[in-house]
Write a protein that binds this ligand. Structure first.
Ligand code: ADP
Ligand code: MG
Length: 393
């Protein structure tokens, strides 16, 4: 990685403003999944050990620029305190007199969590004055929030104009692993894409076609590819205005010598509802009034065969409507195949990671990305604003 990290700076006696991604699920005042908090611990521990005064900032949910009581970061401070095994102070605002007073009290190695950044509309507007106010709390800036690095907000990009700015360990790890997959993967390199729509991911598919040896397409997005091949998709979710794009992607795969693997059989349901009647059919035989909701067993076997000799695998997007157990088998099968593969395996994407975690196999994947949108924009080959603003090595 060509950016400076916390390894390159001395934080002793310094106030360090750290952007973390503590956008975690909360129920009844308790954090229900602390994965993202735990992911930031190596950076926080290193800064504590280095003798810095830690000022942490994050967003939580979508308060749309107003104070929303249920979106305060108080439960997050409690969880962080438990995980760090040391006190974590909490301010009820992220800028202004209250935040300044809390910062003034910090001693070396102590930790303060500022209030939800998005209580201020200026955060998402990347307002320079708001960014300057945040920056005025500290001497150094560390961005460890890979999950929001694709957004140019005051806390992810703006502050870097006012303070020396470096990457934290989580940010560094994400960029190193995803960067290697894109630039110098062990081959064969296999990408598996699924999820709702082709339109969400055209840029990713296009960019990956320059990099991979094999591309597997499943999930709702495969329907648009099936249409492009003249196959019937019944009442399935498909993007008829994207069929031409799918055709172009098929042509690009051919031209680049990339093997494109599409479903050959699918699970179809009478309704896309939880308990609906369903059956497996070949892709040529999708009934007119049914919807494709998952990939079939033959498709799964073909996908697994493509995995067998791969050395690097990237997976984004569920293979079906994985929220419902009957239609989650293709996605679960894929999770199992990745867990058992000898390849270096990377999984990214909000719904993909959620589905992977439901299988209990996440710890058998080489790298589970903490960035949904950010990992996709990175794979599209876009420069992330929250990374671009950091000091070059
Ligand atoms: P990620 O968040 O991992 O990038 P997406 O958001 O692109 O993934 O896709 C996840 C969504 O795609 C899920 O809500 C899932 O129900 C939906 N989906 C997957 N396959 C189908 C399908 N065949 N028909 C309708 N929706 C589907
Ligand atoms: Mg999603």
């Amino acid at each position: 990685m060509n950016k400076q990290t916390i390894r390159d700076i001395d934080v002793r006696d310094k106030r360090v403003l750290v952007r973390v991604d503590f956008n975690v699920p909360i129920k009844d005042g308790k954090v229900t999944d602390d994965t993202r908090i735990r992911a930031a611990l190596p950076t926080l521990q290193a800064l504590i050990d280095g003798g810095g005064k830690l000022i942490l900032m994050s967003h939580l949910g979508r308060p749309k620029g107003k104070v929303v009581e249920s979106l305060r970061l108080t439960p997050v401070a409690a969880k962080l305190q438990e995980l760090l095994g040391r006190p974590v102070a909490k301010a009820d605002d992220c800028v202004g007199p209250e935040a300044e007073a809390a910062v003034a009290k910090l001693k070396d190695g102590e930790v303060l969590l500022l209030e939800n950044l998005r209580f201020h509309p200026e955060e998402e507007e990347n307002d320079p004055e708001f960014a300057r106010k945040l920056a005025s709390l500290a001497d150094l800036y560390v961005n460890d929030a890979f999950g929001t690095a694709h957004r140019a907000h005051a806390s992810t990009e703006g502050v870097a104009h006012y303070l020396p700015a470096v990457a934290g360990y989580l940010m560094e790890k994400e960029l190193r692993i995803m960067g290697k997959a894109l630039e110098a993967p062990e081959r064969p390199f296999l990408a598996i894409l699924g999820g709702a729509k082709v339109s969400d991911k055209i840029g990713v598919i296009r960019n990956l076609l320059d990099k991979v040896d094999t591309l597997v397409v499943g999930g709702g997005m495969a329907n648009t590819f099936l249409l492009a091949q003249g196959k019937p998709v019944g009442k399935s979710k498909a993007e008829h205005d994207r069929v031409e794009d799918a055709r172009r992607l098929i042509a690009k795969a051919e031209e680049k010598g990339v093997r494109l693997v599409l479903p050959t059989d699918v699970v179809v349901a009478k309704e896309v509802t939880r308990g609906a009647e369903y059956k497996t059919v070949p892709v040529e035989k999708v009934p007119a009034s049914w919807s494709i909701v998952d990939v079939g067993k033959a498709s799964q076997a073909a996908f697994e065969a493509a995995l067998a000799d791969a050395r690097t695998v990237f997976w984004n997007g569920p293979m079906g409507v994985a929220e419902w157990p009957n239609f989650a088998r293709g996605t679960e099968g894929m999770a199992r195949a990745l867990a058992e593969a000898r390849a270096f395996t990377v999984v990214g994407g909000g719904d993909s990671v959620a589905a992977l975690e439901r299988t209990g196999l996440a710890d058998r994947i080489s790298h589970v990305s903490t960035g949904g949108g950010a990992s996709l924009e990175f794979l599209e080959g876009k420069e992330l604003p929250g990374v671009a603003c950091l000091a070059d090595r």
